[in-house]
Write a protein that binds this ligand. Structure first.
Ligand SMILES: O=C(O)CCC(=O)C(=O)O
Ligand SMILES: [Fe+2]
Length: 262
């Protein structure tokens, strides 16, 4: 299995297209912190990925809990402060150690030309797949009534690939660059948490869309899913250094198990 069998190289990666794709991506990243590439994955590969995701679903770890949108060390203020509020995470997740190492998802995640393309979109000199056997490539499932509440990401960026959309809801909503690392802009964040939709953009992606999102500065969520069809998305993590492995506490929180107790 090589990249030509997995993604639309004609549209995105061919030498005649690549430069134009990258300039559009750079403009979108600068304006909104987000790039979406529709029909990135070819229909046959998408079907194979979805089959793999469905096969792993029974093994998914379910969470239904309130979390702060912020990291623990960012907490400040009193009870109703944006850093103290809890937002509902009702979702199930599968780690890459439950997926086939030679399957379509893992093959794409590790493909050098694909990683080079992502690095070029992000203007990063080098990116590497994680050494983490659980958190490099994960799948998230949102069923009827589930949601992925408001948060900022700890990582600078994430690459996602929607495999199946929900009947209703499951929309990715975000406030582009609502904060910087110097200016937390709590007033706007609080207004959004209280229901102000003014600063928000929404992406209702179609399956096969690749999205690259810089989520550290942009508050975001996945709105509640309704209906029989589960929203299934693959999340690819990369880092600037090779072989990154996250702490046990992150494995425990995301999958309810550690590397030693799988
Ligand atoms: O499911 C999505 O579209 C986004 C997921 C997300 O925000 C995250 O995993 O941090
Ligand atoms: Fe996120």
């Amino acid at each position: 299995m090589n990249l030509e069998n997995l993604v639309s190289t004609d549209r995105y990666l061919a030498p005649s297209r690549r430069d134009a794709v990258l300039s559009r991506a750079h403009a979108a990243m600068a304006a909104e912190g987000s790039v979406t590439l529709e029909n990135f994955v070819l229909p046959g590969a998408l079907a194979a990925m979805l089959e793999e995701a469905r096969a792993a679903e029974a093994d998914a770890y379910r969470r239904n809990q309130g979390y702060s949108a912020y990291l623990v060390q960012e907490a400040t203020g009193s009870k109703n402060h944006p850093t103290q509020r809890l937002h509902r995470y009702a979702l199930s997740a599968v780690a890459n150690d439950r997926l086939q190492p030679d399957g379509a998802l893992s093959t794409l995640y590790r493909d050098r030309e694909f990683i080079r393309f992502i690095a070029d979109i992000l203007k990063e000199p080098q990116l590497y797949p994680l050494g983490d056997p659980m958190l490099g490539l994960t799948l998230t499932y949102l069923r009827d009534g589930d949601e992925h509440g408001w948060h900022f990401d700890a990582n600078d960026f994430v690459v996602s690939l929607l495999l199946q959309d929900a009947d209703e809801g499951g929309v990715f909503e975000f406030a582009p660059f609502v904060r910087s690392m110097d200016e937390p802009n709590f007033e706007t964040v609080e207004a959004i948490m209280d229901g102000d939709r003014g600063p928000l953009r929404a992406i209702r992606a179609r399956p096969g869309t690749l999205a690259i999102f810089a989520g550290k500065r942009s508050l975001h969520r996945v709105s509640p899913v309704h209906g029989d069809r589960t929203r299934i998305i693959a999340l690819f993590s990369y880092d600037r250094v090779p072989d990154l492995v996250h702490d046990e506490s992150v494995h425990m929180r995301t999958f309810g198990r550690t590397l030693l107790h799988t």
